[in-house]
Design a protein around this ligand. Structure first.
Ligand SMILES: [Zn+2]
Length: 437
């Protein structure tokens, strides 16, 4: 569903927000009017092309048909001429296999062909443990079906792959290292994010939550099912929605940014929190803001959403749902158990923390480190920390890079102002508002 469209910036979103699209004004994802213009087709981790259309069960590329063909190839000696090409992406402890293009100076996913799999993944596929194999999607125009496999138990694989200059790299590191103007790299990141989310979900879904029995993967890993015949529950991957909001003091042109103790020094970002049972999205925005900062919110306006597969492994399927939230009160009372600090920041102050050159430099630094890892040169175990520290040294404050929805909420406010339909003030209910729902 096309939600926002303005010149070169497009955001797609899920059907759940179809009704909101009628009342939300056009907002481009990112537009630096006086600086550098960066055009994103979608948020980082969104825009997954191979997942867009899952074929029906009678199709050669469908999950069940493709799994049967894959099994017969790996375990037998079938040479079916009608078989699509299989591409398999190994993961180890949540990290995708990654290689590095010398020419383009960027990373690529380490897809293995069926031939590679027979050689390199011999141990993993002797019994073809279906728990570790998931269907990711297909591209019939490329005659390909894509899979992810968890090879965390295979200790010999790392050395074998190192000979091919490939390594297992943290997804967060790849996220920082990705050139956001490179649509191919952004598409790869979306595929890797989906794959990681699914594999991690399988890791925490080994037992039925209803009766406690073991589960087994079904439909090529797209769901699991309880093995207790009396229960037989079908369990599907579901997302954990997180509301993320930029709270705005409209009258004084300020935004509320906060720090958590886990942030590196000088990094400030939006407030965020989980949606609780029994509340709407806009109620969650108001409750979280009140609990964490003591500020009352009136209007709540939807901006966009972003899959977030790089959170804690216990919550691999987070969806960040971004809002502008307009303050009705201004006095801050920080809940120190949740936040280290929260302050109002002027537009000028925030604009200085949005320097494109710094993000580009940080991206290149991270890309160089991915290259080192792929070539087997030891690097810092936490590259995202390096990125943030580096940016922090260059400015008195900084906000997360273009890979995060927080960046786009903040930059939209700085460079485009608040949505036009929300300009009626906190006590009115213009058509762009959710406050009267
Ligand atoms: Zn059960």
């Amino acid at each position: 569903m096309l939600l926002f469209f303005k010149s070169s910036a497009i955001i797609t979103t899920s059907p759940i927000f179809l009704s909101l699209s009628k009342i939300t004004p056009p907002i481009s994802l990112l537009h630096f009017s006086t600086m550098t213009s960066i055009n994103l087709q979608s948020h980082c981790f969104a825009g997954n092309r191979i997942k867009a259309k899952i074929p029906k069960s009678n199709d050669l590329y469908s999950p069940n048909s493709a799994l049967e063909t894959l099994k017969s190839h790996l375990l037998g000696s079938t040479h079916d001429v009608l078989s699509p090409k299989f591409q398999v992406l190994p993961f180890r402890k949540g990290r995708p296999l990654t290689g590095f293009h010398g020419a383009s100076q960027n990373w690529h996913l380490g897809w293995l062909s069926l031939g590679d799999c027979k050689g390199l993944l011999a141990d993993s596929i002797v019994e073809l443990k279906e728990e570790s194999l998931v269907y990711l999607g297909s591209r019939s125009e490329e005659d390909s079906v894509y899979w992810a496999i968890d090879v965390s138990q295979d200790d010999t694989l790392v050395d074998e792959l190192a000979k091919k200059f490939m390594s297992f790299v943290e997804l967060r590191t790849l996220m920082v290292a990705t050139d956001w103007s490179n649509s191919i790299a952004m598409a790869d990141l979306a595929v890797a994010g989906h794959a990681r989310a699914l594999l991690e979900w399988h890791n925490i879904s080994r037992f039925c939550g209803h009766c406690g029995s073991k589960t087994l993967p079904m439909e090529a890993g797209r769901r699991v099912q309880c093995t207790n015949e009396l229960c037989n529950k079908r369990i599907y991957p579901r997302v954990d929605p997180v509301a993320i909001m930029l709270v705005i003091d409209r009258e004084n042109e300020r935004a509320l940014l906060s720090r958590q103790s886990r942030y590196v020094p000088r990094m400030w970002s939006c407030l965020a929190g989980f949606i609780e049972p029994g509340e709407s999205l806009e109620e969650a925005v108001r409750r979280e803001t009140w609990e964490e900062t003591g500020i009352e919110v009136g209007e709540v306006v939807y901006h966009s959403s972003q899959p977030w597969p790089v959170g804690p492994s216990s919550m691999p399927c987070q969806l960040m749902i971004g809002f502008f939230a307009f303050a009705k009160s201004l006095e801050i009372n920080v809940d120190k158990t949740e936040l280290e600090d929260a302050r109002w920041h002027s537009k000028e102050e925030v604009k200085k923390a949005l320097l494109v050159a710094e993000y580009e430099k940080a991206q290149k630094t991270a890309a160089a480190k991915v290259e080192q890892i792929c070539k087997g040169i030891k690097a810092s175990p936490n590259l995202s920390l390096d990125f943030n520290t580096e940016s922090g040294e260059l400015a008195p404050m900084f906000i997360p890079g273009p890979f995060a929805i927080a960046h786009h909420l903040i930059s939209t406010w700085v460079f485009q102002g608040v949505p036009a339909s929300a300009s009626g003030g906190p006590h009115t209910h213009p058509s762009g508002s959710l406050s009267n729902l």
